[in-house]
Design a protein around this ligand. Structure first.
Ligand code: ADP
Ligand code: MG
Length: 416
């Protein structure tokens, strides 16, 4: 069975490819290198899972997070795809290697650190590979928001398999990051495929923060469906969850400081609920498939426009109306600037500052929020979207020079 449409229907249960999927899959099947920039929820996994079945050999999938790999493997296995990972968390590594050598795997997930080891290179040398997928490929670039040096070294592995199609995938890469990824991974410029980034059903609002607990309660009273509140720290995530639960709305917390069992239970409760609010740090969200999230709120600024887009993108995956509300304060920006100066290596400070400034421009604009977001991702949007705070209620901007002129002339008049 190698007809892609047949695999799409019989294995994945979908009637049609979505958006650029057909184009991406087509390139991989033709053996061409590709960088696919597709927003969260656009269906990136299928772009390598389907060719893994259609082409002879195993697909290597480089992925940065063990939890993410295990989620992917579970959903692939549910479709009857033979998938496994080689990570420090897998105790059955010898068995996985045996299955790989025997050609019994469609997908082999591996972290970049392991992909670059001599042991792994020995394992794959001479093997028949269907393709090499590099997920979260923005990690390759210093311009990306999550640079991982091990990603950069993947080039060695890739160049041992020059004839195997490379598929780099990311949800978040601005123009410069895209060029850098192409360059670092040896993908030709015509291999870049960018999906539309607009999420028209998400209403973006950005408001000054004062009493965030009260602001959130007010907001949640108007949005009865499942919601996520991103908090700037573990502590605040806990307090926000308590505050919301105290007002009678089911709520849980999620952050890396919780016991794994507690984290998993809270996540499962949230996924099953039609009204629960998850107060979380950014540790929450990757790999969670919950299409009916009606609200994503930020109790403080995210790291960058890329993070904002990715986090708000967890709202309204079902296409029904959803809200994204960010509460910000000038102190958020001051703290972020201080963090850049004290915690970020000198050579990366300029890039981080630029990212923060782009976020400030989104927060401060009196124009369409969506237009700022989409331009950031290289699209040319209309000037107004009709579904963000500034389009729905244009802010009363004060012409400062006009005010100053009137004050001055009044001052002169009283003196005379
Ligand atoms: P991404 O990695 O881009 O965030 P996923 O690969 O996790 O997205 O896919 C998001 C959701 O879209 C999944 O539930 C997946 O089953 C679904 N999906 C993917 N491709 C299609 C398609 N062609 N038709 C319908 N649903 C799809
Ligand atoms: Mg994905």
């Amino acid at each position: 069975m190698t007809d892609p449409h047949q695999i799409l229907r019989n294995v994945f249960g979908f009637n049609d490819f979505r958006g650029v999927q057909a184009e991406v899959v087509g390139r991989v099947l033709a053996g061409e290198h590709t960088l696919a920039v597709m927003p969260t929820g656009a269906g990136k996994s299928l772009c390598y899972q389907l060719p893994a079945l259609a082409r002879a050999g195993t697909a290597l999938v480089v992925s940065p997070l063990i939890a993410l790999m295990h989620d992917q493997i579970r959903s692939a296995e549910a479709l009857g795809i033979r998938a496994a990972s080689l990570t420090s968390a897998d105790s059955d590594r010898a068995e996985v290697e045996r299955r790989f050598r025997a050609g019994e795997l469609d997908l082999l997930y591996v972290a970049p650190e392991r992909a670059n080891t001599p042991g792994f290179q020995r394992l794959v040398s001479g093997a028949r590979l269907a393709l090499i997928a590099i997920d979260e490929a923005h990690c390759v670039s210093e311009w990306g928001h999550d640079f991982r040096p091990d990603y950069r070294q993947l080039r060695g592995l890739l160049d041992r398999f020059r004839d195997v199609p490379r598929l780099a995938l990311t949800a978040t890469a601005d123009q410069r990051t895209r060029e850098d990824i192409l360059d670092q991974l040896g993908i030709p410029a015509e291999g870049l495929i960018v999906a539309g980034f607009d999420r028209p059903n998400i209403r973006y609002s950005i408001r000054p923060r004062d009493q965030v607990g009260a602001q959130l309660k007010g907001l949640l009273a108007t949005v009865p469906g499942p919601g996520i509140v991103y908090a700037p720290s573990r502590d605040k995530a806990e307090r926000i969850a308590e505050g919301i639960a105290g007002s009678g709305r089911p709520a849980r917390a999620y952050h890396a400081g919780l016991e794994p069992q507690v984290r998993q239970r809270n996540q499962a409760d949230f996924v099953a609920s039609e009204e629960m609010v998850m107060a979380a740090t950014v540790a929450f969200g990757m790999g969670i498939d919950k299409p009916d999230v009606r609200l994503v709120a930020h109790a403080g600024i995210p790291k960058s426009i890329e993070s904002y887009y990715q986090e708000t993108g967890r709202a309204g995956r079902d296409g029904d109306p959803a809200e994204a509300v960010l509460f910000w304060s000038a102190s958020d920006f001051a703290n972020a600037r201080r963090r850049i100066e004290t915690e970020v290596p000198a050579e990366r400070q300029a890039g981080e500052r630029e990212r923060l400034n782009a976020l400030a421009a989104l927060v401060e604009t009196a124009g369409c929020r969506r237009a700022v977001l989409l331009r950031h991702f290289g699209e040319t949007p209309p000037e107004t979207c009709g579904n963000c705070d500034n389009c729905l209620e244009p802010p009363q901007t004060i012409d400062v020079t006009e005010v100053a002129r009137k004050l001055l002339s009044a001052a002169f008049r009283t003196e005379m």
